[in-house]
Ligand binder design. Structure first.
Ligand code: NAD
Length: 490
């Protein structure tokens, strides 16, 4: 949606070579506060020339940065972490203002982002290579990990402060220079984080930020000066970015969309589980790649799972995420609200039974916010649109099955395989489930199976294109080349 010229709304700049500079954009995207409906900023839809300027700055900074000792590089991240702690509340509030999630959810996401910087500070250990003497008489061999050059990351709208941190700290601590492309829908917290990085006196060009949309993404994929691309977003764009970037000879990792199955066995501890299950479906208004979407009660679990889910959905308080007591915020935009409502209507027309209807939810003091209330459908089948497509909103689709095998078969048949959970008190059922789940992130009595910063994050099948996943040891591997030196001294 291009924005009209308005003098009271600030247009964001790009950050290139250590300075905020105006983009060469002629089109702009309005940033909204989704709880209020107001325009709070304008994202320039930058051009391939802006990307090129960022690549030049990053390339110029690379030789000096890779020669900076790794422990000295880590010191910048220690300073950055300290500044993030100091500005923690302001960061969380910015996330809520541009995205809509509640302040508590925003705080949780900022914390997860900071944890990535903390883990990356371990680079002097994590980056170490290995070696072996006397691989032949008088010949030694050793391996060192080296940075690969200029790398870029492209972020989605749903975790503005956290997702960029899956990449940025790991990329720069290993000696690469970095270009970030935020989602045009939520550029404000990323601007704030880059401001904090600048206060750490990071050398110019080590971190750059280019605002924009698809043209910037395509320019990043094509630019010969960029060696690796990380992407997080929907499956069609993830596939496109992976194919385009690898076609241009780059390393790529592209995390895509999800349709997550939450299986509830008859022996589940419902008293302890239901809040966790409800949080999986309705936390962040369902706009999480790890959010539950399909609730699969097995056998006798159906009635209790359904009744408790209905009660949990009705107990949520929808409103502005900054208002105390609100437990679910709006979705990101008017367009996305209409899309989610469209799915609810499709569910009805395809014969699912609507038990809680979020279409009519209104928030009195926020009449222009993009709200959809928590919604529960029963008797959903995998053939229905709501049983198959990613809704990315607060809609729980209950699909009862007779056996755990049936639940697993349904999951295997789906092209996405990001996250999944089982609720049970049976170790055997949990083991079977974890072993056969196609998704790569599995929760056992955990609703949102989010790997912490020291573990790999990413799915399988159409939820992930690439091999090395985000953060943890995979992050270090992705951003380094293993150089083998074989030596003999006469
Ligand atoms: P999106 O795919 O619409 O956008 C992601 C990024 O791609 C943005 O920066 C956007 O500017 C850019 N983009 C959009 N359309 C493009 C196009 N046609 N060509 C090139 N670039 C394009 O995703 P979104 O709506 O911002 O985020 C939500 C999606 O991200 C959901 O599908 C969600 O499941 C997924 N997601 C996945 C993970 C994961 O770990 N797998 C994490 C977060 C979000």
């Amino acid at each position: 949606m291009p924005g009209a010229e308005r003098s009271d709304v600030r247009t964001l700049d790009n950050f290139i070579g250590g300075r905020w500079v105006e983009a060469r954009a002629t089109e702009f995207f309005d940033v909204h506060n989704p709880a209020v409906g107001d325009i709070i900023g304008r994202t320039p839809l930058s051009t391939a020339d802006d990307v090129d300027a960022a690549v030049q700055a990053a390339a110029q900074a690379f030789p000096g940065w890779r020669d900076t000792p790794v422990n000295a590089r880590a010191q910048y991240l220690y300073k950055f972490k300290a500044l993030c702690e100091q500005h923690f509340e302001a960061l969380a509030r910015t996330v809520t203002t541009e995205h809509g999630k509640t302040l508590d959810e925003a705080r949780g996401s900022v914390r997860r982002g900071i944890e990535c910087a903390e883990v990356a500070c371990g680079a002097p250990s994590l980056m170490q290579g290995f070696g072996l003497e006397d691989i032949s008489k008088g010949v030694d061999c050793h391996v060192v990990r080296q940075p690969i050059g200029v790398v870029a990351a492209i972020a989605p709208f749903n975790f503005p402060a956290m997702v960029p941190m899956w990449f940025l700290p790991f990329a720069i601590v290993t000696g690469n220079t970095f270009i970030l492309k935020p989602s045009e829908q939520v550029p404000l917290s990323q601007r704030m984080m880059v401001d904090l990085l600048q206060q750490c006196d990071l050398p110019p060009g080590v971190v750059n930020l280019v605002n924009g949309g698809r043209d910037v993404v395509n320019a990043i994929c094509d630019h010969p000066g960029i060696r690796a691309v990380s992407f997080v977003g929907s499956t069609p764009v993830a596939r496109h970015v992976y194919q385009r970037a690898t076609h241009a000879g780059k390393r790529a990792q592209a995390l895509g969309g999800a349709k997550n199955f939450v299986v509830v066995m008859p022996d589940a501890d419902f008293d302890r589980s239901i809040d966790i299950i409800s949080e999986s479906f309705y936390g962040c208004a369902g706009e999480r790649c790890l959010a539950g979407s399909m609730l699969i009660p097995v056998g006798d679990a159906h009635r209790e799972a359904r009744d408790r889910m209905v009660a949990a959905a009705k107990a949520l308080k929808v409103g502005d995420g900054t208002t105390p007591g609100v437990t679910m915020g709006p979705v990101i935009s008017a367009g996305h609200r209409d899309k989610v409502i469209g799915y609810i209507e499709k569910g009805l027309s395809e014969g699912a039974q609507l038990l809680v209807d979020g279409r009519t939810t209104r928030v009195e003091d926020r009449p222009n916010g993009y709200f959809v209330g928590p919604t529960v459908f029963d008797n959903v089948s995998a053939k229905m649109a709501i049983g198959h497509e990613e809704i990315f909103g607060p809609v729980a689709s209950i699909c009862p099955v007779k056996t755990l095998d049936e639940a697993i078969a349904m999951m295997k048949a789906h092209p996405n395989a990001n996250a999944t959970s089982i609720f049970t008190s049976s170790g055997k059922a949990a083991r079977e489930f974890a072993k056969h789940a196609t998704a790569s992130m599995v929760g056992v009595n955990i609703g949102v199976a989010a790997p912490m910063a020291y573990f790999p994050f990413g799915g399988a099948k159409d939820s992930f294109f690439g091999d090395l996943k985000a953060h943890g040891r995979d992050g270090i591997e992705f951003y380094t080349d293993k150089k083998v030196t074989i030596s003999r001294w006469f």
